[in-house]
Write a protein that binds this ligand. Structure first.
Ligand code: GDP
Length: 550
C-alpha cells in the first residue's frame, strides 16, 4: 500500500446525531478520545463524572465513585487499590454528546503507576491536564506532561477548584509556559476565586457566564451577560469588574495569538477554568474540546501513514491486564483502533508472530463494567480476550502486513533482585512472573553474565509496583518472594548504529555502573545517580537513552 500523504485533522463542526448509516469517515470525524492527566486529588474523578453526566452516561454525579465502591473486590490489585484509595486500573469510558463520540481513557494518577499511564498516553489523541487552582503544577503533572510533549499530543488545560482560594490565573499560565515550554491560550478567564468566584468570561463570544453552584448531581444552568452589559458591574461587583476589564485587555493585547495548527501539534494549550465539583465551566470546556480536539489522526507505520478512514482494520495493543475478574481468571488485551472497521468475530493478523486470531469476545469497558462491542472504529478502544497471544506493542491488522512503532517502556528508578526462597515453587514463580511481565506490570532485567547473580532484577518506577508484584505472585500464583534492593536509581539503554554490546565493551571497566540486559538481551546500564551517568557520558563515546521500545 502506498504511503498516504499526511492530512491535517479537520476542525469538526458540531454535527447533529449521526444518520442511521454512516461511512467510516463520518464515524472517525465524530470521535474524540482523551486521557485526563493530573496529580492525585486535583479532581479527576469529579471531572470525569461531570463529563459523563453531559453524555447521559450516568444519571447522577457520584456514580463513578459509587461504582467503584459497589464493584467489590474483583481482583487482588483492586483489593490494594481499595485499601489505599488509589486507582490502579485503567478503564475506558465512552459517551455520546451532540453527535460526537467521546472516549475517556482513565489513567491512574498515582505516582507509582506511571508506567501504565505512559502507555495509556500512547493510545489517546488528546490530553487534558487537570491543575488544582490552589497548587498549580505538581510533580505528577510534570512527569506526565513530558510524555505528552514527547508524543506531541494536543494538550488542554483545565484549572479546577476555582470555588476555592486560587493562585492568580496569570501566574498559573506563566508556570505552564515557563516549566513546560508550552504556550497557553485562555479560552475562558475566571472572575474572582474562592468565595469571590463570580464566573467565567468566554473570550470568543465576549459573554460572562455567571457562577451558580450547581445542585449536586444536576447540570448547572448558568445565566450569561455580555461583557459590555451595564448591569455586569453591579452583578459581579466594582472591584472584580475593573479587574476583569484589565485582565481582558492584557489577554487581548499581550496574550498569545490563537493558532489552531499549534494546538494540534501540542505547542499551544487551550486553557479553561472552572469548578468540577460545582459543575461549573465543565460544559464550556466540553463544547470547546469537541470543536478543537483532534480527531483520530493518520498513524505512522512500517508502510507509511495509515489513514483512519482506510478500509483495512489496524490497531495496536497498548495494555494487558490479567485477573480483572477473580471469578473468571481472564486476561484482556486493550487495543486502540487506528483504521478500518472492527467487527465482532473478525480474523486479524498479529505482526509479531504472523499468526491470525479470531476476535471473538470483544469488550468495551464502562468503568469496571463491560459490554460487548459489535463494531468499532479508529479512535475506539476494545478489550480482547487474550489467551496469551497478544503482547504490549503488537500490531493487529487485516489486509497487507504492517507494524506500528513500539510503545516505549519508561525508565525505572528502583531495582531489586527478586528471590524465590522456595525452589519447589520454581514453576509457579516463573509462570507468575512471566504473566506479570507480559502485562507490563513491571520490567525485568538480568545481570550480565560476569556481574551479579542469576536472579531476575525487578525494575520499577515506584515502590508500590514492587508490592503489587509480590502480592500478586502470592495471591494469584501462590508463591512467596523476597526482595534484595540494588543501590541504583537510573537506567539507561545503550543505543547506537553499531552493536550496542560492542559499544559497552569498548568503554572498558565502568566503575560504579551495573551492567544488565533486558528481556531482549539489550544492554542496560544502571547508575547510582546523575553524577555517575554524566561521568560515563563525559568519558566515553556512547549513546544512552532513558527508555527502549518494546
Ligand atoms: P482525583 O484524585 O484527581 O480523582 O480527585 P477527586 O475527584 O477524587 O477529588 C479530590 C477532592 O477534591 C474531593 O474531595 C473532591 O470533592 C474535591 N474537588 C474536586 N473538584 C473540586 C472543585 O471543583 N472544587 C472543590 N472545592 N473541591 C473539589
Amino acid at each position: 500500500k502506498a504511503p498516504q500523504k499526511r492530512r491535517r485533522s479537520p476542525i469538526c463542526a458540531t454535527a447533529a446525531s449521526p444518520p442511521a448509516t454512516t461511512s467510516i469517515k463520518q464515524e472517525v470525524t465524530r470521535r474524540r478520545n482523551l486521557a485526563i492527566i493530573s496529580h492525585p486529588d486535583a479532581g479527576k474523578s469529579t471531572l470525569t463524572e461531570k463529563l459523563l453526566l453531559y453524555g447521559g452516561a450516568i444519571q447522577q454525579a457520584g456514580a463513578v465513585r459509587s461504582r467503584r465502591a459497589q464493584r467489590g473486590v474483583v481482583s487482588d490489585s483492586m483489593a490494594m487499590e481499595q485499601e489505599r484509595g488509589i486507582s490502579i486500573t485503567s478503564a475506558v469510558m465512552t459517551f455520546e454528546y451532540e453527535g460526537k463520540r467521546i472516549n475517556i481513557t482513565d489513567c491512574p494518577g498515582h505516582a507509582d503507576f506511571s508506567e501504565d499511564t505512559y502507555r495509556t498516553l500512547a493510545a489517546v489523541d488528546n490530553a487534558i491536564m487537570l491543575v488544582d487552582a490552589a497548587k498549580g503544577l505538581e510533580p505528577q503533572t510534570r512527569k506526565l506532561f513530558e510524555i505528552c510533549r514527547m508524543r506531541s499530543l494536543p494538550t488542554f488545560t483545565f484549572v479546577n477548584k476555582m470555588d476555592r482560594p486560587a493562585m492568580n490565573p496569570f501566574e498559573i499560565a506563566d508556570q505552564i509556559e515557563r516549566e513546560f515550554d508550552l504556550l497557553t491560550y485562555p479560552v475562558v478567564w475566571p472572575i474572582g476565586d474562592g468565595d469571590q468566584f463570580r464566573g467565567l468570561f468566554e473570550r470568543s463570544s465576549r459573554l460572562v457566564h455567571l457562577f451558580e453552584r450547581g445542585q449536586r448531581g444536576k447540570k448547572a444552568v448558568s445565566s450569561t451577560l455580555p461583557l459590555d452589559d451595564p448591569s455586569l458591574k453591579q452583578v459581579i461587583g466594582d472591584a472584580l469588574h475593573a479587574q476583569l476589564l484589565e485582565d481582558v485587555e492584557i489577554l487581548d493585547t499581550m496574550g498569545n495569538q490563537w493558532h489552531y495548527e499549534s494546538v494540534l501539534q501540542g505547542d499551544l494549550s487551550p486553557m479553561f477554568f472552572g469548578s468540577a465539583m460545582s459543575n461549573f465551566g465543565v460544559e464550556l470546556f466540553l463544547r470547546s474540546f469537541l470543536e478543537m480536539g483532534r480527531c483520530p489522526p493518520a498513524k505512522d507505520s512500517s508502510v507509511g501513514l495509515v489513514a483512519p478512514d482506510g478500509e483495512s482494520f489496524t490497531g495496536q495493543v497498548f495494555k494487558l491486564q490479567a485477573n480483572m475478574d477473580a471469578r473468571h481468571r481472564d486476561r484482556l488485551a486493550f487495543v486502540r483502533i487506528f483504521s478500518g472497521v472492527f467487527e465482532k468475530g473478525m480474523k486479524v493478523n498479529n505482526s509479531r508472530h504472523g499468526r491470525s486470531v479470531a476476535l471473538t469476545r470483544p469488550q468495551g469497558l464502562f468503568a469496571a463494567e463491560r459490554y460487548t462491542v459489535d463494531t468499532a472504529f479508529a479512535g475506539d478502544v476494545i478489550g480482547l480476550n487474550n489467551p496469551g497471544v497478544f503482547a504490549i506493542g503488537d500490531t493487529v491488522y487485516t489486509g497487507s502486513k504492517l507494524a506500528f512503532p513500539g510503545i516505549p517502556s519508561f525508565s525505572p528508578e528502583l531495582f531489586a533482585y527478586l528471590k524465590n526462597p522456595n525452589p519447589s515453587a520454581y514453576k509457579n514463580f516463573r509462570k507468575g512472573l512471566n504473566q506479570l511481565l507480559e502485562e507490563g506490570a513491571v520490567q525485568l532485567l538480568r545481570a550480565r553474565e560476569d556481574e551479579g547473580n542469576e536472579d531476575p532484577i525487578l525494575a520499577a518506577v515506584g515502590q508500590l509496583q514492587f508490592e503489587v508484584v509480590q502480592r500478586r505472585l502470592k495471591d494469584e500464583y501462590n508463591v512467596e518472594s523476597g526482595l534484595e534492593p540494588l543501590p541504583y536509581s537510573l537506567a539507561r539503554w545503550v543505543v547506537g548504529p553499531s552493536d550496542p554490546w560492542k559499544a559497552v565493551d569498548e568503554c572498558g571497566r565502568l566503575f560504579g555502573v551495573f551492567c544488565a540486559k533486558d528481556r531482549w538481551e539489550r544492554p542496560v546500564l544502571l547508575f547510582k545517580n546523575e553524577w555517575g551517568l554524566n561521568n560515563v557520558l563525559a568519558d566515553h563515546d556512547i549513546e544512552l537513552k532513558p527508555w527502549a521500545f518494546a
